[in-house]
Ligand binder design. Sequence first.
Ligand SMILES: *Cc1c(COP(=O)(O)O)cnc(C)c1O
Length: 399
Amino acid sequence: MTKTVFSKPFTQQEAIPDAGIEHAVAVLRSGRLHRYNTLGDETSETALLEQEFAAYMGQSYCLACTSGGYSLHIALKAAGIQPGEAVLSNAFTLAPVPGAIDNAGGKPVLVEIDHNYCIDLAHLETMMQQSKARFFMISHMRGHIADMTAVVALCEKYGVTLIEDCAHTMGAHWDGKRSGSFGKIACFSTQTYKHLNSGEGGFLTTNDDDIIARAIIYSGSYMLFERHGTVPEADVFTDIKLDTPNYSGRMDNLRAAILRAQLPGLDLNCARWNDRYRALQQRLAQNSRILLPQRPEPESYVGSSLQFRVADFDEQQVSAFIDGCATRGIELKWFGGVEPHGFTSRYDSWRYTGNTQQLPRTLEILATTFDLRIPLTFSINDMETIGGIIDEEVSEILS
Ligand SMILES: *Cc1c(COP(=O)(O)O)cnc(C)c1O
């Protein structure tokens, strides 16, 4: 019997919609790429995008940035972090999160995750008590949303400022409220593999006047802050404009034009991701050795990737499984490795942070967790093919 091999690339996203291409070409023809380069009373593409994304989020303010990591960095600075301060975060996240904490002069204090890839609430409370941290940068890693009512209650109890990393939850909700509207600040990424694609890019959203004013000045507004898409009253800037340095990093008009054309299609794309996610989930559920995360009722997620565990695998079987899947065209990511690889790295490889915490539960979960992207270029049939291959490979190894 010849084995099915899947041949589509896991890194192929959909094309930018035609409207985005036309828009981008118009910006190129105009020559006015810089965010403050406008003619007469023209509003820049970047400012319009800020207005549109703030409206989408139901938040007062949005700052469009050069990357998600930049928005996380600026969020901490705008929230008032001081050098050497502790910042709580999930032990399972992507390298831009500890990187942003480091860039803001902070020290990551990591919190265990649970079997559904969410932050462990009991450990979070312990670490809030032990660290006395004033900031918690929650990472909704791979789109898994913790019980946000409980998270917010803990933050209030310990006087902790909540900053949400929504790189994987743009378009998602918890209990009917948008992910990114629970914290003081939310940060998003528009890097190619996220839910909107401008190559690189990000957003910071908030309802707080002082925070957005600081973020705007940090982003390199010079004294042109009134040209931003969403700005508080001028008097909010009286001191802030003199007390805040310029860390250039606002988005340019070209990327904003590309994103403006995608935003109206975001919710539809979220539904398309979920169709694919559910097809794969259902196929994998046919194998009882494959453990899928429970997705609680209040969570309305965007299934742009899928994680599963095979707890019965030992280390050698993990390697054999990844290799077996790769041979059949299935690109799995594994966060369990001691050596960082590709986009993946385990918390203990962020050596620059000086963090020496032991997080056995996270390590145990990651050791047998596999992660795969769900690009929208894959069909529902493709998801069934992928699920079938994974099912066969697991069964073969455990037979
Ligand atoms: C992508 C990502 C970010 C931000 O990444 P940028 O590449 O800087 O836009 C932050 N957190 C997580 C979990 C991510 O996956």
